[in-house]
Design a protein around this ligand. Structure first.
Ligand code: ZN
Length: 513
């Protein structure tokens, strides 16, 4: 009995001591794992609100939602308007082949496409022809009147390369690639012979009276197409899946004259504010020095922007929630930037850098995440000579289960674009990218119609929350202010000394004539 009591009290002692000795990194890890809000945040943002195209009501709604979350967590937040954008709201896209047989097609209108005014437009399809030159094209142009014009090539295969690699003979895989390269080159030539580019051709077709623009931007994965913005202003532009587009193409080419019925709806909403959502936990010792958590908030709208950049967004929100709970009085100010209009050229973050020189001046470190749902595997020093020292020290505090995946590169090269950290790097401020394992990001989810909740790998996202929150904590606590000394950059391709990327101004008025 006595022995039992003794061992029990020893166990209790160890337990208490263990609790007292729990490091901040351990506390953060525990909170991230045992009280994760990620699934809920992802559901509310991706399923409830949906994609967050700049200027859309959903972007506005997402902004209000984020403010509500921060309020709930006791974190001060605000929206910061930095510009204006064309307001547009996506409505339905109904695309059906009605001749020679009936089939509903998988496709959708591009962002900013005008609607068909409440009715379906039924018309024949025609393919941009292979003509001798722009003169011949001008002669042909009037024949598009009242027709849907197909402006993309027909892909020779709807199977991604990895599928060919697995099943094809070596010879047929090589043959397919050679054929595809030749057909791609021929198609590009066909377009350039019209005298237009892929940007200007839709406008010429619209002017000539076409009923609509039909395209297919295959993303090289089963069922995945990239969905960007329309160029034509009065007629609809729709993207159709590779499978359905290729069917239409073959039927059109065979002279069968298929007919499409297209009904698209959308609302033009005039001029609306473009904004960032900012939240912060004020520093107690050095309030004018900043640790920034960064992730763009906007998305393209073919899917729901789940991995670009819903995952980056919820990583930073969850990290803020955890920091507020466990570290409510940070040494330095911890600020989160949910940037608007990254997709049109890092506009929100460029505006922030321009509008807040005092914050950029006081930046201790910024951590951005923006390349998908994967766990962080790369961390570059972005050309800052001493980044190895502070990033290395902070990273050593991240639990092995998270840090073991991370390969560091020091001093690394300054990022000139790609995502919002580059806006700060250009201003000479220590900003870093938490770069993810790709999970087929480039083909399947990046800017595609397949960028949806089901693609989120929550264990990897949770891993990134732990990383972001601990790095922010360590950056905030560091007794030293980070060095901004730049490394000597390697020679560029021309053999000239490398130069640091230049700071650029944002587009503050977008999509408006
Ligand atoms: Zn992105």
């Amino acid at each position: 009995m006595k022995k039992f009591t003794k061992s029990l009290s020893l166990a209790f002692f160890l337990f208490v001591q263990g609790a007292v000795a729990q490091t901040m990194a351990e506390k953060i890890t525990q909170e991230a794992k045992e009280n994760s809000q990620l699934e809920k945040l992802a559901f509310e943002l991706m399923d409830g609100i949906g994609p967050r195209l700049v200027g859309s009501p959903q972007m506005q709604q997402a902004g209000d939602w984020a403010l509500g979350k921060y309020k709930e967590w006791g974190i001060t937040s605000r929206t910061e308007k930095w510009g204006e954008w064309r307001g547009w709201e996506r409505g339905v896209s109904h695309i059906d082949m009605v001749y020679p047989r009936v089939k509903s097609l998988e496709g959708m209108q591009l962002a900013w496409s005008p609607g068909t005014k409440g009715k379906a437009v039924v018309a024949e399809t025609v393919i941009v022809p292979d003509l001798a030159d722009s003169l011949a094209f001008q002669k042909w142009l009037p024949t598009v009147k009242g027709k849907f014009v197909m402006i993309s090539m027909k892909q020779p295969t709807g199977r991604p390369d990895y599928n060919w690699q697995e099943f094809a003979t070596k010879e047929s895989f090589e043959k397919m690639k050679t054929q595809r390269d030749a057909e791609t080159e021929a198609w590009n030539k066909r377009i350039s012979k019209t005298g237009y580019t892929t940007r200007t051709l839709p406008l010429a077709l619209e002017k000539a009276g076409a009923a609509g623009i039909i395209m297919s931007y295959w993303s090289r994965g089963f069922g995945a197409n990239k969905i960007f913005g329309a160029v034509a202003k009065t007629i609809p532009t729709v993207d159709i899946s590779l499978e359905d587009y290729a069917t239409l193409y073959r039927l059109t080419e065979a002279g069968i004259k298929p007919k499409l019925s297209v009904q698209t709806e959308s609302k033009d909403l005039g001029v609306v504010p473009a904004f960032n959502v900012i939240a912060e936990i004020k520093g107690t010792e050095k309030p004018d020095e900043y640790v920034i958590l960064s992730a763009h908030f906007d998305s393209w709208d073919g899917g729901t922007g789940a991995t670009d950049n819903g995952t980056g967004t919820i990583v930073m929100m969850e990290a803020m929630r955890i920091l507020k709970k466990l570290y409510p009085n940070p040494k330095r100010t911890i600020l989160v930037g949910h940037w608007g209009s990254e997709e049109q050229g890092l506009n929100g973050s460029r505006a922030f850098v321009e509008d807040h020189p005092e914050i950029v001046k006081g930046l201790q470190a910024l951590f951005n995440q923006d390349n998908g749902t994967g766990r962080v595997i790369n961390l570059s020093g972005q050309g800052f000579l001493n980044a190895y020292d502070y990033l290395g020290r902070w990273l050593s505090k991240v639990p092995k289960e998270v840090s073991q995946h991370v390969e560091t590169r020091f001093p690394g090269a300054p990022g000139a674009g790609g995502s919002d950290f580059a806006s700060f790097v250009a201003a000479g401020a220590p900003a870093f990218s938490l770069s993810s394992l790709n999970w087929s990001y480039g083909t399947y989810t990046w800017h595609t119609n397949r960028d949806t909740y089901d693609k989120i790998v929550f264990d990897d996202v949770r891993n990134n929350v732990i990383m972001a929150a601990i790095m922010a904590y360590e950056a905030s606590e560091d007794p030293a202010t980070t060095s901004r000394e730049k490394s000597v950059l390697p020679l560029n391709a021309k053999g000239e000394p490398g130069t640091w990327p230049a700071q650029r101004s944002p587009t503050r008025k977008g999509g408006l004539d």
